[in-house]
Design a binder for this molecule. Structure first.
Ligand code: SF4
Length: 237
């Protein structure tokens, strides 16, 4: 079982968000951390709507998590999809997988498939919640539980910032929380299918995301301010 104090403190954070920052939404990527928050939010029946970005490039295993959430909690995760005309234009001009060609092409694909839909999903809310943890990567090493998000003009909460990977999995197992089957196949961090691969034991948990780029570039734009990554620390050689 994850540490009881940690769980109690995370519950308190979620209750505070629901009480003081309504309307608030939870951006779920359907990864293990997100399933912990899903379980905490839905069991407590907190008024925090859960949504996910259906980029059109997700693994079938990731989409299957939506059915698992429906089956266990009777809850429909709201899906936000990219604008079809923007996807069509990108594919026609650059090719469907042009994100392998350059960081700019990758960021443009993420902008169309994730960032723009995220903006629609967040519009009108006071706060949003993510499943990010401090220990996940070099780009998240000084993540706070609560922070300002000037790019979206709201408050952003990372209630699991203090959780370790063991805390997450202990909670999932103890509470029989459904999770993405890819986690059992060497995928600690899961994004779009063409941009995610399995990692070797001991590798950084985000090493399988956009693996052809430098570690400093490995964010999808969802946590970028004024075009720059926020909260990056130099990566040790
Ligand atoms: S993760 Fe890959 S496929 Fe998904 S939006 Fe970003 S570049 Fe496109």
């Amino acid at each position: 079982m994850a540490d009881n104090d940690l769980i109690a403190s995370t519950r308190a954070t979620l209750e505070r968000i629901a009480g003081e920052f309504s309307p608030a939404v939870f951006a779920s990527s359907l990864a293990a951390e997100d399933m912990v928050l899903t379980d905490l939010i839905l069991k407590a029946q907190l008024p925090i709507a859960i949504f996910s970005l259906e980029t059109g490039r997700l693994h079938p295993e990731t989409l299957a998590v939506l059915d698992a959430v429906k089956a266990k909690y009777g809850y429909d995760v709201q899906l936000y999809r990219p604008q079809p005309e923007a996807v069509d234009a990108y594919v026609a001009q650059n090719g469907r997988d042009a994100f392998y060609n350059s960081i700019e092409m990758r960021r443009e694909c993420c902008r169309i498939r994730k960032v723009e839909p995220l903006g629609r999903a967040l519009a009108g809310n006071k706060a949003w919640v993510t499943g990010q943890r401090r220990a996940q990567s070099a780009t998240r090493s000084d993540l706070s539980i609560q922070e300002d998000d000037p790019a979206h003009g709201m408050v952003k909460f990372n209630p699991l910032a203090d959780w370790s990977e063991d805390d997450v999995w202990n909670y999932i197992r103890a509470n029989d929380v459904p999770y993405n089957a890819l986690h059992d196949q060497g995928f600690p961090s899961i994004g779009c299918a063409p941009c995610t691969r399995a990692v070797q034991p001991g590798e950084d948990v985000r090493a399988g995301r956009w693996w052809w780029e430098n570690p400093e570039s490995k964010e999808c734009g969802l946590h970028i301010v004024d075009g720059k990554l926020i909260r990056i620390k130099p990566v040790a050689a």
